[in-house]
Design a protein around this ligand. Structure first.
Ligand SMILES: [Zn+2]
Length: 338
């Protein structure tokens, strides 16, 4: 089964750029950014030894800290973006939507951050035989003015690269920021044709969940604390829940894998997609996530194929792209049946 899943051409719709670098790729990135002979590199390697002996969640997030530092220059960000694309391609992901919050620092403006990521996507996707889209992220913990700048840039860059910039991600610490404050800027994005992938119901905040549902979205990230009527609404509106099993278990938003809402979504034939969220932070791959679903909920090979086809439907891709993706998946499954 695991081999079948590894070889299956897959679709990844919920992946944060910085969180998707696995430990080997972070080491590779550090070697490139710092140089292998430097003190910074050896300090970083020492810390990795600690992670490898049974990492805890705090350690996982510490890994994130390194990545932010390593991607704070144009060169580091370029290489990190390429490594993430390469790693998804290695796992036979044929289509990925990457999310990232444009960060401004002494080296880069938010515009040059997005330009850098876009440049790598344009130049490297063909090399790794993968279709890559970009969703600039709004970090709800940051001021609305930052979100306004991000959306203005996304709208402008989407006119130049409409094939790549296809939507906006709304994410960040769900206990910070007020969703209502972001409604005008999210509306602006939507009015300009950008799709909205929103982290929603990650924590038990019924008032905000209702506001988000009322506002609407194209896809719902996590949806862990949706009520039965919330799930019902998503089904009626054909809004898929982006299910990130390992992420939800490791970050403790579901009690255990058996209690994950994927089970309910499968049973009620509600729209859903399987995703990794932060494959590096949570030490997983999309193949591993599918395997976990087969082990935990008894999914068959054909259910995994159906889930992949469902992900194609919910991708922010053109009709032609969806057709191509479906053909690739179909070709693989036909070979399996021979
Ligand atoms: Zn996420």
């Amino acid at each position: 089964m695991l081999q079948f899943l590894r070889n299956l051409p897959k679709i990844e719709l919920h992946a944060h750029l910085n969180g998707s670098l696995n430990i080997d790729s972070i080491r590779e990135l550090a070697a490139k950014v710092y140089g292998v002979q430097t003190k910074e590199f050896s300090t970083l390697c020492e810390r990795f030894i600690k992670f490898e002996k049974g990492a805890k969640l705090d350690d996982c997030f510490e890994k994130f800290g390194f990545v932010h530092e390593l991607t704070s220059t144009k060169e580091g960000l370029e290489y990190a973006t390429e490594l993430v694309i390469r790693d998804f391609a290695k796992d036979n992901v044929i289509y990925v939507e990457l999310r990232t919050t444009p960060k401004a620092n002494g080296n880069m403006s938010r515009r040059s951050y997005l330009d850098t990521v876009l440049g790598v996507i344009k130049n490297k996707s063909d090399l790794y035989k993968i279709k890559v889209k970009l969703l600039p992220s709004i970090n709800r913990a940051e001021p609305v003015a930052v979100a306004e700048e991000t959306v203005a840039l996304a709208v402008e860059l989407a006119t130049i690269e409409p094939e790549i910039i296809v939507g906006i991600d709304f994410s960040g610490n769900p206990n910070q920021g007020n969703f209502k404050d972001f409604i005008p800027v999210l509306s602006k994005a939507r009015n300009h044709g950008l799709k909205l992938a929103m982290h929603c119901a990650e924590v038990d905040n019924p008032v905000e969940i209702r506001e988000m549902i009322r506002f609407g979205m194209s896809r719902c990230g996590h949806g862990t604390y949706l009520s039965d009527s919330g799930f019902e609404h998503m089904k009626e509106e054909n809004i898929p829940i982006e299910c990130c099993l390992t992420s939800n278990v490791k970050s403790g938003t579901v009690a255990n894998i058996g209690a994950h809402h994927l089970k309910q979504l499968m049973a009620t034939c509600a729209p859903k997609v399987l995703c990794t969220d932060d494959s590096g932070v949570f030490d997983t791959t999309l193949s591993d996530e599918f395997f976990l679903a087969t082990e935990s909920f008894g999914l068959t090979k054909s259910q995994c194929i159906a889930l992949t086809m469902e992900a194609v439907e919910h991708a922010f891709a053109t009709r032609e792209e969806k057709l191509m993706l479906k053909m690739q998946i179909y070709k693989y499954t036909r070979l399996q049946n021979k």
